[in-house]
Design a protein around this ligand. Structure first.
Ligand SMILES: Cc1ncc(COP(=O)(O)O)c(C=O)c1O
Length: 396
C-alpha cells in the first residue's frame, strides 16, 4: 500500500460499509419469526412471562448460580444491587470503567471512590485498594473488564478482611471463568449486560446473579411486583423488567454462545498474529481468567513506537470505515459530575489516565470475516510503516 491509498488521504475506503466494534451476533430471521410467533400466540409480552422465567432458569443452570434475576439492562441492574445491598456512604470502584458503574452509585446516593488500575490489564489495582478503605466505605465494586477478570478471589479475601461488602460490574464477562468457576458466582452479587454489543445479546438486557436468598428476594421486589414471589419490604422499587421479546433473543443467543465464543477466539487469534510484528501495537490479553468470551478486542497504541498518536490511528481507521473506539475516555473521574464534585482524583490515577490515551478497541464479532481482520491488520501495519509521511501529510 502506497501512501496515497489511505482513505484519510483521499483514496477509496478499504471497507464499503462502516464496521462497528460490537459483537452483533443476531440469529437468522427464521428463528426470530418462530420465537416471536410464540409470543404473539400467547399474547404475553412482558411482566415476567414464560420466556423470562425460562431464561432465568437456563442461566442459573449455565452459570451454576442459585439466583438469576433478569433485568432490562445492566445499568438498572447495578442501581438495583446498590439499593438492595443497602449500601451507605462510599463505594470503591476503578476509574477506568464505563459511566454506568459510577452513575449507578450517584442514582443511589452513594459516593464513588476511584481506584487506579493495573497498567497492563486495565483491571482494578489490588495493591491500592486497602489504602482507600475507611470507616465510611460500605462496599467495593469490582469491574471485570473486556472478557477478563479483576481477580475476584483476591477481592473476596480483601473484602472479608476489611469487613466491607463486594459486588461486581461484570457487564463484559458473560461466560468467562476464573479457575474454572463461572463469573456470576463471586461477591454478594454480579451484574451482567446483554446489550446488543455483548456476546450474549437480548438487544438490550442484563441479569443479576447472587446466591443470597434475602438479597435475591429484595432484588425481585425492587425490579417489579411481577416475579417478586414472596414480597419482602423494600424502600424503593423501580421497573427493571425484561420483556418477552428480550428474553426470546437472549434464549437464542444463549444457545449460540459456544459458537459465538469460538468465533471470537478465532478472530482474536487472527488479530494477534496479524499485529504481532507491528511496532507500537500491543494486544490486551484477557486477564485473570481460565476461559474468556473474547468479547472485546482491545489494544494499546504506543505513539513513540507506532509513530502516530492513538487518536490519529483511529481517524485513519475511521476513514477506512473501521470504527475503532477509545475505551474508556476520558476516565470517569474526568467526567461530569465527578470532575467537579471530586477534584481530588484529577492527578492521582496515572495508569487510568495513561490507558485513556492509549487504548483502542477494534471490531470483533459477527460482522467480520478473517479476511476483514487481515485487512485491518494490514492497514495498521502500513500506517505504522508510513507513519512519518502520514503525520506530515496531516500536519501533526
Ligand atoms: C463496564 C460496563 N458496565 C455497565 C454497562 C452498562 O450495560 P447496559 O448497556 O446493559 O446498561 C456497560 C455497557 O457497556 C459497561 O461497559
Amino acid at each position: 500500500m502506497n501512501l496515497p491509498s489511505f482513505a484519510l488521504l483521499g483514496a477509496a475506503p478499504a471497507f464499503e460499509r462502516p464496521i462497528p466494534v460490537g459483537q452483533l451476533y443476531f440469529p437468522a430471521w427464521d428463528r426470530y419469526e418462530a420465537a416471536f410467533r410464540g409470543i404473539f400466540e400467547r399474547q404475553y409480552y412482558t411482566n415476567q412471562g414464560p420466556l423470562a422465567i425460562e431464561l432465568e432458569s437456563r442461566l442459573q443452570a449455565f452459570l451454576g448460580v442459585r439466583h438469576v434475576i433478569c433485568v432490562s439492562n445492566a445499568t438498572i441492574g447495578l442501581m438495583m444491587v446498590a439499593e438492595a445491598m443497602q449500601l451507605r456512604g462510599k463505594v470503591i470502584l476503578p476509574a477506568f470503567t464505563f459511566a454506568a458503574s459510577a452513575q449507578s452509585l450517584s442514582w443511589t446516593g452513594l459516593e464513588p471512590v476511584f481506584c487506579d488500575v493495573d497498567k497492563h490489564t486495565g483491571q482494578i489495582a489490588l495493591d491500592q485498594l486497602a489504602g482507600l478503605i475507611d470507616d465510611d466505605t460500605s462496599a467495593i465494586m469490582g469491574v471485570n473488564l473486556w472478557g477478563g477478570a479483576c481477580d475476584p478471589l483476591a477481592l473476596e479475601a480483601l473484602a472479608r478482611e476489611h469487613n466491607v461488602q463486594l459486588y461486581f460490574d461484570s457487564a463484559h464477562a458473560f461466560g468467562c471463568e476464573v479457575q474454572g468457576r463461572k463469573i456470576g458466582n463471586f461477591g454478594q452479587a454480579e451484574v451482567l449486560s446483554f446489550h446488543a454489543t455483548k456476546v450474549l445479546s437480548a438487544g438490550e438486557g442484563g441479569c443479576i446473579c447472587t446466591s443470597d436468598d434475602q438479597l435475591a428476594a429484595r432484588l425481585r421486589n425492587i425490579r417489579s411486583s411481577y416475579g417478586a414471589g414472596h414480597a419482602v419490604p423494600v424502600v424503593k422499587t423501580s421497573n427493571g423488567r425484561m420483556s418477552e421479546a428480550q428474553a426470546a433473543i437472549a434464549l437464542m443467543s444463549l444457545e449460540d454462545f459456544p459458537a459465538n465464543q469460538a468465533n471470537n477466539q478465532q478472530q482474536y487469534e487472527a488479530y494477534a498474529s496479524g499485529l504481532r510484528n507491528v511496532p507500537g501495537v500491543s494486544l490486551t490479553v484477557p486477564a485473570g481468567v481460565s476461559f474468556s468470551n473474547y468479547q472485546y478486542l482491545v489494544c494499546n497504541i504506543d505513539p513513540a513506537a507506532f509513530g502516530l498518536p492513538r487518536d490519529m490511528v483511529m481517524d485513519l481507521l475511521k476513514a477506512e470505515n473501521v470504527l475503532a473506539r477509545r475505551y474508556f475516555y476520558p476516565g470517569i473521574h474526568r467526567c461530569t459530575p465527578y470532575v467537579d464534585d471530586f477534584p481530588q482524583y484529577q492527578d492521582v490515577l496515572p495508569q487510568t489516565d495513561a490507558l485513556c490515551t492509549s487504548v483502542m478497541q477494534l471490531p470483533i464479532g459477527a460482522l467480520l470475516t478473517l479476511d476483514d481482520i487481515a485487512r485491518i491488520c494490514q492497514i495498521l501495519a502500513h500506517a505504522q510503516q508510513h507513519a512519518d509521511a502520514i503525520a506530515q501529510a496531516m500536519q501533526v
